[in-house]
Design a protein around this ligand. Structure first.
Ligand code: NAD
Ligand code: IPM
Ligand code: MN
Length: 350
């Protein structure tokens, strides 16, 4: 089949890891008899440098009609001084919203506990969780927002709000995911303090009777942050809002071994958006040492969720697992191999 994808390499290590994922997609297409069509577009910081906007119209047009988008990373310290609305990160928020990609799926699996891990193998081996993060609402988007002057003093304002419809649709995604996994759903909120969380908890609980095979529990986010590292194995699916999901997923990446391993898929109304959980990693950008496995696994999620190609996705996952079980490892996992070397190992396994 034809596999049309839009690629947004973005900033920092983004182009390196997207190149790696594209090489893997090409190999899979060749092996399984598909035709990959890649359309590359400027996005975020690089787009701002070239055109004065992080989300140029031609990128917008390409993304609006896309079945699947592969994104590297956004963000460049040089742009941290820009007004909030012009920052590369805001382009990403706009893209997610434009796509209606409200459900961000972030799987975390402990495949191998290396010496570089701060965890004892006995404490985390076998952990396998999925964070279902609400992606197009909450405090990232709520109005009013901004920095303004009140009574001669500057105030920074953000608004955390969720309406019933937003909560219901993300909760359904999480219930269904739990139904396909071990049947355990944990909704994480801050309902002891926040009204938005009280509504969240009420709406999620109200849906539970539609999913008799799923056991629903609730936990406050502060405790969840602790339990995830104390004993991650009881966790199956974690359902949570935009900001809590952002924070918990970076934390949980340490279980897998590194942020450089965590893929994500963002789905909802239209085309899917696939991106590693990590950012542009300015501290290692341009050195050819970024771990490409998160981007490669994101490409696997794309094949499965946007194109229905389960075998192809499984082949990539198996190749990534083989790489992780081998002796040659990327730097973030305590090895010395660069981006190209790791990608070559995955390609060889394919
Ligand atoms: P980061 O995720 O870019 O990096 C955090 C740490 O993890 C760094 O030490 C980095 O070197 C390391 N790391 C990340 N990905 C790696 C990989 N693939 N291989 C090896 N090491 C890796 O987070 P940060 O430093 O807080 O943010 C840097 C920039 O990225 C900021 O501009 C931020 O806004 C942006 N950001 C973007 C995204 C995204 O595009 N989805 C996500 C997070 C942060
Ligand atoms: C992520 C990132 C983004 C987020 C930023 C760059 C907008 O941290 O995808 O996890 O907070 O969603
Ligand atoms: Mn993040």
């Amino acid at each position: 089949m034809d596999l049309p994808i839009v690629c947004l390499p973005g900033d920092g290590i983004g182009p390196d890891v997207v190149d790696a994922a594209e090489r893997v997609l090409e190999r899979v297409a060749e092996r399984f008899g598909h035709r990959l069509h890649v359309e590359r577009r400027d996005f975020a910081g690089v787009a701002w440098d070239r055109t004065g906007t992080g989300f140029p119209d031609e990128t917008r047009a390409a993304c609006a009609g896309a079945q699947a988008i592969l994104l590297g990373a956004v963000g460049d310290p040089r742009h941290d001084v820009l007004p909030a609305a012009e920052r590369p990160e805001r382009a990403l928020l706009e893209l997610r919203r434009m796509l209606g990609a409200y459900a961000n799926l972030r799987p975390i699996k402990v495949i191998r506990v290396l010496d570089s891990s701060p965890f004892r193998p006995a404490a985390i081996e076998g952990a396998d969780l999925l964070i279902v993060r609400e992606l197009t609402g909450g405090i990232y988007y709520g109005e009013p927002r901004g920095i303004r002057e009140e009574d001669g003093r500057r105030v920074g304002i953000n608004t955390l709000r969720y309406d019933v419809r937003e909560i219901e649709r993300i909760a359904r995604v999480a219930f269904e995911a739990a139904g396909r996994r071990r049947g355990l759903l944990l909704s994480v909120d801050k309902a002891n303090v926040l009204e938005s969380s009280q509504l969240w908890r009420e709406v999620v609980a109200g849906l539970a009777s539609n999913y008799p095979d799923v056991r629903l529990d609730h936990m406050y986010v502060d405790r969840a942050a602790m339990e995830i590292v104390r004993d991650p194995r009881p966790f199956d699916v974690i359902l949570t809002g935009n900001m809590f999901g952002d924070i918990l997923s970076d934390e949980a990446s340490v279980l897998a071994g590194s942020l450089g391993l965590l893929p994500s898929a963002s789905v909802g109304a239209g085309g899917g958006l696939y991106e590693p959980v990590h950012g542009s990693a300015p501290d290692i950008a341009g050195q050819g040492i970024a771990n490409p496995l998160a981007a490669i696994s994101s490409a696997a999620m794309m094949l499965e969720l946007s194109f229905g190609l389960k075998d192809e996705a499984a082949a990539i996952e198996a190749a990534v697992t083989a790489c992780l079980r081998g002796d040659v490892l990327p730097r973030d996992l305590g090895g010395t191999a660069g981006t190209t070397e790791i990608t070559d190992i995955v390609l060889a396994a394919l």
